[in-house]
Design a protein. Structure first.
Lengths: 614, 291
């Protein structure tokens, strides 16, 4: 295939480019504008020539990003429909005639797994990661474009296998998204035959595909940044995605071996997770395994997974808030170290999901302490977001509304996280609806708010047109107010003591008092779900008739808005890579004419401003 | 309406909901009031932070919304402010963690006078075993479980003979008598949970787990399974009746011991001269309550 690599003379020339490039201007300007020359010549990319190599098996990270985005959204819509069915049963038991307990548990399981892994993780890292990383660091593409393409198609097959489990005998697994052994592979749990095998296979494929993508994200960020783009000049979006990818690389192997061992227990009759079990009067041929071992493996993946979703959201929301407040992100260095610190700490807190799992209770002291320590850098991030708003010049557009919605829901969910992390407070609340409300608020709704904000923010770049603002406001308010009224009162169901994963509540006195609230929550859930179709309608409508965005419509500083063509073409930068002279947050610098100074603006052009050196 | 005002109404609504909610925890019936107190403390500190952050955000949105002729402040960092905030947060977090850990220490330190109760779980039901006059429970094994020995007690264990067997999902407890719940499961994970007692712990097949509490309010309570255990999870209920010492003593004296059971079984065997049905009793138990 090497003949398809066309080596443009223009690319190679850059290696020999020296300071004399600025020689056209005055001598002093070239001094302060100096950027270290490139060390190696550029290589041209593989250019697809047919429809299939351009749009299907495509190696352009931007197209792969959109592919990830669309497929993740498609699975997300399935997850949404499943949540409707669950809420129908909980709010109005028996209203869906076909709904048995088996179905309910299958829907619970598939909803959870789809939303966490196949929707949020794939969307943030596969979708936004692919699209934004090369553009934001000033690369032409990911460093391994072919591997990147295979990554997406592995994800595609993983989704296919996952959805196939709806059509196999016994249906999909109903083991709960945590797939706890031993029930996940024993009769008595729906889908304990085919369903759980397909789930494990799908996860294994996902991890394999994700590893290919993750290597790309990491190495592109470390090795393919353009000249002048130091690590401490990267947008926080890139920092968030980078740290999340490192976490994923370290956490997913635990899930992988967990899934493999469970498959072996199921198919070959090994006993990794299986102790002696008496089932229907017979002792099964298992013995000596540990169910808690599976929980450790699962949560060693599962807790960093929370931050795999949260860190990209933290990064993205920081950039959105900064751009739309026309103000630098407050405490950039603190923000970077908080992201890295949270990432590191997230590997030492996993067993806070297991306080009442029967593990040695003395672990509780350690994990409660680490868990509450992680609240400190997280709180610093929250302070810095709101301090960025302080004395800003805040555009109250739809993007900013999503950011504000994120702050409210994230702080709310973060605070309840302190409840649950604080070991003895967790005892009465764990396995109740308080937990359900907490994690939906903090890692469902809050990241979703960021995703939505990011869609409204970057759609003009991807499609060249603005999304409709009025529809966007309807979308936001229905989603925010609706989701808040689902999950805020739901905490109080947990206080009553209503356990999660109950198909029916029966008539315990404290549960009958919750009937009215369950009906209300279900109604709100139907509305919030339906409101998401406003976005789909908005996108379809806008693609044809939206207001053209032009170059850098938000007056942002970061590189993705500075491509020669909008939307950016394959190779991103035309003939010449951008050269970076500053961080992406020089907004409203005293003395500058405009309220933004792009990252590529050389110091010689803004000598009269009081810009800080970055 | 200005978005800031809507956000303000959301926060105000949250506070009012919390104050006037008819949905709150059930009246506590055990010694774990400290857990409730820590939750209350968490509400004050956490809720205070939530309200402060949101109000600050709302103020900024109202005060600093976009004007063409105004420029935002340019101030990349404020070391002093960041330091103050870090320390304030650290103190707040420590204030929450300390009581949490103290109560956890009580939770994992079982008092010496606690009565041990063997709670055995399966898909989908409960049964209970209490120590007899010797005050000790006999050891058990899953493979021993059969019709004659529903708890799987090791027959050669002398402590097991006088164990009191309660083959029902209802159990009685004596008020103000600490109990150590020893949990075991013969198949999958379960969790013996009474909301009014606040405490819970998973039953894990293969090991024995435990927790303790001291019931202090006479009454009847519902037991719920709090760890997903398959399709009958939501129906896996039981009951606890907390009684005065007098009532409890009467109740316990009427219960059957393991020895009684063996004698009874032998009698049946002798009279009927038939082989005891081979089917395990668990087969019958497996049909969980439909309604």
């Amino acid at each position: 295939m090497s003949d398809e690599y066309e080596n443009k003379a223009g690319y190679q020339a850059q290696s020999s480019e020296t300071i004399s490039s600025g020689g056209g201007g005055s001598g002093s300007a070239s001094d302060i504008d100096y950027v270290r020359p490139a060390e190696i010549p550029e290589q041209d990319l593989y250019h697809g020539h047919s429809f299939i190599s351009k749009w299907v098996f495509c190696q352009d990270a931007k197209v792969i990003g959109v592919q990830y985005f669309l497929l993740a959204t498609f699975t997300g819509v399935i997850g949404l429909v499943l949540s409707w069915l669950m809420r129908l049963q909980l709010g109005f038991p028996g209203a869906a005639g076909f709904m048995t307990a088996e179905h309910y548990y299958q829907f619970v399981t598939m909803h959870g797994m789809i939303m966490v892994v196949y929707f949020l993780t794939a969307l943030f890292l596969g979708g936004f990661g692919n699209y934004l990383i090369p553009l934001m660091v000033g690369a032409r593409d990911m460093v391994f474009p072919y591997l990147n393409m295979v990554s997406f198609w592995s994800f595609f097959v993983a989704v296919g296998v996952l959805l196939a489990s709806f059509f196999v005998p016994g249906g999909p697994t109903g083991a709960g998204w945590t797939l706890y052994a031993p029930q996940s592979i024993l009769e008595g749990t729906p889908g304990s035959g085919w369903g759980i095998i397909l789930m494990c296979v799908s996860l294994i494929l996902f991890v394999a595909g994700f590893t290919m993508g993750g290597l790309n994200y990491m190495i592109t960020i470390l090795q393919a940044r353009t000249r002048g783009m130091t690590l401490m000049r990267m947008p926080l979006t890139v920092w968030g995605i980078f740290t999340a990818t490192v976490l994923a690389m370290l956490a997913f192997p635990a899930l992988l071996v967990g899934a493999l061992m469970m498959t072996l227990d199921n198919v070959l009759g090994t006993s990794f997770f299986m102790p002696t079990i008496l089932k229907a009067g017979e002792v099964l041929e298992y013995g000596g395994g540990s169910p808690i071992l599976f929980q450790h493996l699962f949560w060693f993946f599962g807790h960093p997974e929370v931050y795999i979703v949260a860190l990209p959201a933290f990064g993205i929301v920081s950039d959105l808030i900064s751009v739309h407040s026309r103000k630098n992100i407050f405490g950039y260095r603190m923000m970077v170290w908080a992201i890295v610190g949270i990432g590191g700490l997230s590997f030492f807190v996993w067993a806070h999901h297991m306080y009442v799992s029967g593990m040695n209770p003395w672990f509780g002291f350690f994990f409660a302490t680490t868990t509450l320590i992680i609240a400190i850098p997280t709180a610093m991030k929250v302070y810095n977001w709101i301090l960025t708003l302080w004395r800003g010049n805040i555009r109250l557009n739809v993007v900013m509304l999503w950011c504000l919605g994120f702050i409210v829901t994230f702080v709310n969910g973060g605070i309840t996280g302190i409840f649950l992390g604080n070991v003895s407070v967790d005892v009465p609340l764990s396995d109740t609806y308080f937990v359900v409300a907490h994690f939906h608020m903090v890692m469902g709704i809050a990241p979703l708010m960021v995703i939505m904000g990011a869609i409204y923010h970057w759609f003009p770049l991807v499609a060249g047109r603005f999304l409709n603002e009025t529809l966007g406001k309807w979308h936001f308010w229905l989603t925010f107010l609706g989701a808040y009224s689902i999950y805020f009162p739901m905490h109080y169901l947990g206080f009553i003591g209503v356990p999660r994963r109950y198909f029916e509540m029966y008539d315990s006195p404290y549960m009958t008092s919750a009937v009215g609230m369950n009906e209300f929550i279900s109604m709100a859930a139907f509305i919030v779900g339906a409101a998401q179709f406003i976005l789909i309608f908005n996108i379809i409508k806008t693609l044809k008739t939206g207001k053209p965005a032009g170059h850098n419509p938000w007056q942002a500083n970061s590189l993705e808005w500075l491509t020669p063509s909008v939307p950016p073409e394959h190779g991103n930068w035309g003939d010449k890579l951008p050269i970076v002279h500053r961080w992406p947050y020089d907004f409203s610098v005293p003395g500058s004419k405009e309220d933004f100074i792009t990252q590529t603006t050389p110091p010689s052009e803004v000598v009269e401003t009081e810009v800080e050196k970055t | 309406m200005h978005p800031g005002i809507i956000f303000f109404l959301v926060i105000l609504g949250s506070v009012l909901f919390h104050i006037f909610t008819p949905w709150y925890w059930t009246d506590i019936a055990s010694n774990w009031g400290g857990m409730d107190d820590t939750i209350t403390l968490s509400f004050w500190i956490g809720g205070g932070v939530f309200i402060a952050v949101c109000l600050f955000m709302i103020y900024c949105v109202l005060k600093f919304s976009y004007k063409k002729d105004r420029k935002a402040e340019y101030k990349p960092e404020d070391k002093r402010l960041e330091k103050i905030l870090t320390w304030a947060t650290t103190i707040g977090v420590a204030a929450l963690l300390a009581p949490g850990l103290i109560i956890w220490n009580q939770y994992v330190s079982v008092p010496k006078n606690a009565l041990e109760i063997d709670v055995m779980a399966w898909q989908w039901g409960w049964q209970y075993r209490l120590p007899g006059k010797d005050g000790k429970l006999g050891t058990t094994q899953v493979v021993n479980i059969n019709d004659d020995n529903p708890f799987g007690i090791n027959l050669d264990d002398p402590y097991g003979q006088d164990d009191v067997l309660i083959q029902s999902d209802l159990i009685n407890l004596e008020t103000n008598q600490p109990v150590k719940i020893l949990l075991r499961s013969v198949d999958v994970l379960h969790n013996w949970y009474v909301p009014q007692f606040r405490a819970k712990m998973d039953a894990v097949p293969g090991i024995v787990t435990y927790y303790w509490f001291e019931p202090n309010k006479i009454g009847e309570y519902e037991v719920l399974c709090a760890e997903y255990c398959g399709v009958g999870h939501y129906a896996m209920r039981g009951g606890v009746e907390v009684q005065s010492t007098k009532d409890y003593d009467k109740w316990i004296s009427e219960q059957e011991t393991f020895k009684d059971l063996i004698v009874k079984q032998q009698k049946i065997e002798f009279e009927n001269k038939k082989i005891v049905k081979n089917n395990n009793f668990l087969l019958n138990k497996e049909i969980y309550k439909e309604e």
